[in-house]
Design a binder for this molecule. Structure first.
Ligand code: C2E
Ligand code: CA
Ligand code: CA
Length: 761
């Protein structure tokens, strides 16, 4: 192996002289070790950098910097280690060979860094790489040794030579595995581990070097006279090289540190950006949920309000008209109640599609406000455009729709307000469109109305009435009950009274229920109102009993809305009990509308009321559903034929036949029949002839306050008995209260003459 200057002991010349007094400068040895440690630390640091940068170019760059640090570290260590060698003969180094050794250091280092820049490798790849790297380092070392020029020849002890190679390979393997292990951590412990690993690796590299040096034996030729070493201060040179190496390594580490910080900043920035974009996405999604109606995909009230505000600003600045159109599907509740909510939802989707299809796709805004309420915003040139569009929508709505195996036709009511004529703010315009819609519903639905100022006055009045009604109920002042007699055609006497509420208004005078019942129903006051009527009627009935009307019963109206309240049977029982009135003397009048809600619940509630002993009558029969199937299911006692059937009976044979048929049907169902609105004798005679059980109407008399009742009843009975050809005092069962326990001393009891009746207080 002469080309490397490698001679092993086996080749030792017999006459050679081994130089024994070779030593090492300890300062330089320590310096070599420090440089090796610094190089190792830099390598571990660069390996970490390589693993953490994403860009391939940056990874390559750090790979090269790492290789440079490692090569510089090893080579500088080697050089300083060589400088530390103190020989008793003159030595110098061959520059090309020295540079060649540097090349080997560079190759080994590049190989190391290249292995570390790979993603996780199997162990055998690390083993293979460490063999190559170890051999590279050894080659660097022994080529560096070969650069040593002196009179002596270098011989190596083979076992130590082998050991140096083994140390180089092992140190490389440990370095590779350690840097792989340390490439992913962070924090103080990680840093400490890295420092310890650097000391260990530095030790490995130095150990390899000095094992190599240990293997070295310099042999002087026997004949040669050793030339004395030149005093060229190796310490200074070693220090210079160490400083240069440490500077290179230090600046590389600083660069890596700066890059790491920069990368962290970039990552933070990226994270912030990602978070921001996620936030943005969430905001968009929220906006979608917040501004759109999930069922129909139309915008909702909130979204509408936003667009409306924008359009209003636009129109105020640029001029132009806007129409706000409120739509309400007529009797939509019936669909929900009869076919279920799923069918209702399906229908809403179809209707939303119809509405959208009737508008101008981009310019107009269609929104669903909830339930069956839709709102449209249209830009106009003239008012009539809104009417045309409303008609278009109404016609489209009338197209038959297939739903749940049925074919149905829906209609819609529309209310329109126009900007700027009917208001300039969104609140005003919406309120006015709503008022116009209310008007459309009031006028029988399936119609459209534009807002006008009169509607507003009415609405203001309604609002005021609502407030006043609330106060009247709270203070129990102003509300009063009137009673309309109901005449029993079989017993020829007034046997029932219908309690009809009145409101003595301080400004408007005596108000009929038509004026305020709907207000009470619309504002949740109806339960309170009906309960007040119920209690008052029971108290009046108790007072009537005390004044000779012990067999009279009272019929009290009950709003359909009230029949949805579970508390109702309890309230009735309570009213009866507090007044001390027998339940058989109370009748509850319900309308067919009450059955439009949940029929099961209503029937259940009516049964509970019946079980109290209270009678039930179906009011206004013939104006609502009038379904025979329902009639059979309800626990009714009485059926009240609506006034509209007998109103024009004298000129309508059909009405006569209907009334006859209803009487027969009611009797078949074992129900009593009351006919309302009897105003003349012809109607009375017809009803009496066809078996009607009771009549009620102006023929008998209008509703009167409780104080005027006894006189009214006496007058009615006298008049009707006379008309029937009966003696004024012959009633089939005297309703009279002669046995009354009335505490008032001059109570004569009730007899059929007005003269025997005294006023009730
Ligand atoms: P209703 O239950 O159908 O009451 C009969 C209405 O017809 C009463 O009007 C009565 O005065 C009127 N009437 C009676 N006979 C005749 C007649 O021969 N010809 C004409 N043209 N009308 C007649 P009123 O008192 O104005 O009551 C109107 C409606 O208000 C009642 O209709 C009832 O539905 C409701 N109502 C009255 N009082 C109450 C109440 O305390 N609670 C509830 N929820 N509703 C009530
Ligand atoms: Ca009634
Ligand atoms: Ca009625």
């Amino acid at each position: 192996m002469d080309w490397l200057g490698l001679h092993f002991f086996t080749e030792l010349p017999a006459d050679g002289q081994v130089l024994l007094n070779c030593s090492h400068n300890p300062v330089l040895v320590i310096l070599a070790y420090l440089v090796a440690c610094a190089g190792s630390f830099a390598t571990l640091d660069m390996a970490e950098r390589v693993r953490h940068v994403d860009l391939p170019a940056a990874r390559k760059r750090w790979c090269w910097v790492g290789a440079l640090c490692l090569a510089g570290g090893i080579w500088a260590m080697h050089f300083i280690g060589m400088l530390a060698l103190q020989l008793p003969i003159e030595t110098h180094y061959d520059l090309p060979t020295t540079l060649l050794s540097l090349l080997f250091a560079a190759v080994a280092s590049w190989l190391a860094m290249n292995t570390l820049s790979q993603p996780k490798l199997p162990l055998w790849r690390y083993l293979l790489a460490s063999v190559w790297i170890g051999l590279g380092i050894c080659t660097m070392h022994y080529v560096g040794m070969a650069a040593l020029r002196s009179q002596a020849t270098a011989y190596y002890q083979p076992d130590l030579f082998g050991l140096s190679i083994a140390i180089a390979i092992s140190a490389s393997l440990v370095a590779l595995l350690l840097s792989r292990y340390l490439s992913d951590g962070s924090g103080m412990l990680h840093q400490l581990l890295k420092y310890s690993a650097s000391l260990l690796l530095g030790g490995g590299i130095v150990a390899m070097h000095f094992t190599g040096m240990w293997a070295l034996k310099l042999v002087m030729p026997a004949a040669g006279t050793p030339s004395m070493p030149v005093d060229d201060n190796p310490l200074q040179l070693g220090l210079t090289i160490a400083v240069i190496a440490l500077l290179i390594i230090g600046s590389s580490i600083s660069a890596a540190l700066a890059d790491k910080k920069l990368q962290h900043k970039e990552q933070d920035l990226l994270r912030v950006n990602t978070l921001l974009s996620q936030l943005d996405q969430a905001r968009v999604a929220l906006q979608q949920v917040a501004h759109y109606d999930a069922l129909t995909n139309l915008i909702n009230r909130r979204g509408f309000n936003q667009l409306f505000a924008e359009k209003l600003i636009e129109k105020t600045v640029q001029g132009g008209m806007l129409a706000v159109m409120f739509l309400d599907i007529d009797h939509f509740k019936r669909i929900n109640d009869s076919l279920g909510h799923d069918a209702g939802d399906e229908l809403l989707k179809v209707l939303a599609h119809h509405i959208k299809g009737s508008t101008r796709s981009h310019e107009d805004v269609v929104a669903r406000f909830g339930g069956d309420e839709f709102c449209i915003l249209i830009s106009l040139r003239e008012r009539e455009e809104a009417r045309l569009m409303a008609h278009r929508i109404m016609n489209k709505m009338k197209e038959p729709i297939e739903l749940a195996g049925r074919r149905m036709v829906m209609t819609t009511s529309i209310g329109i307000s126009v900007f700027p004529d009917d208001g300039t703010t969104s609140e005003e315009l919406l309120k006015h469109a709503d008022l116009a819609l209310y008007q459309s519903k009031e006028s029988g639905r399936n119609s459209l109305h534009f807002f006008n100022a009169n509607l507003k006055n009415t609405a203001c009045l309604e609002l005021q009435l609502e407030e006043e009604l609330r106060n009247a109920l709270r203070s129990e002042a102003g509300l009063t009950l009137y009673y309309q007699p109901i005449y029993d055609l079989n017993q020829h006497k007034v046997s029932k009274l219908e309690a009809l509420v009145r409101w003595q208004h301080p400004l408007h005078g005596l108000l009929a229920p038509d004026r305020f019942i709907s207000i009470a129903e619309a504002n949740g006051l109806i339960a309170e109102l009906d309960n007040w009527v119920l209690r008052k009627a029971c108290q009046d009935l108790a007072a009537l009993s005390r004044h000779g009307f012990a067999e009279l019963s009272i019929a009290v109206n009950c709003s359909a809305l009230n029949l949805a309240r579970e508390a109702l049977p309890g309230e009735i029982a309570d009213a009866l009990q507090s007044a001390g009135v027998a339940p058989q003397r109370l009748e509850l009048e319900v309308t067919e509308n009450a059955l439009m809600g949940n029929i099961e619940t209503t029937v259940n509630l009516l049964r509970q009321i019946r079980s109290l002993g209270v009678s039930l009558s179906l009011d206004d029969f013939g104006t609502g559903y009038s379904s025979l199937a329902y009639l059979k299911r309800l626990p009714l006692n009485t059926l009240k034929i609506d006034r509209s059937f007998i109103q024009d009976m004298h000129q309508s044979t059909q009405d006569k036949e209907i009334v006859q048929a209803i009487i027969v049907m009611a009797h078949t169902l074992h129900l009593n029949v009351v006919t309302e609105g009897v105003e003349n004798v012809q109607q009375y005679e017809f009803l009496a002839k066809h078996g009607c059980d009771f009549i009620q109407g102006y023929l008998l008399g209008q509703a009167v306050p409780v104080q005027e009742l006894s006189a009214a009843i006496a007058e009615i009975e006298q008049r009707l008995r006379t008309a029937a050809g009966l003696s004024p005092s012959t009633a089939a069962g005297d309703t009279g209260g002669s046995g009354s326990q009335d505490p008032v001393p001059d109570t004569p009891g009730r007899h059929a003459g007005a003269s025997t009746v005294r006023p009730i207080h």
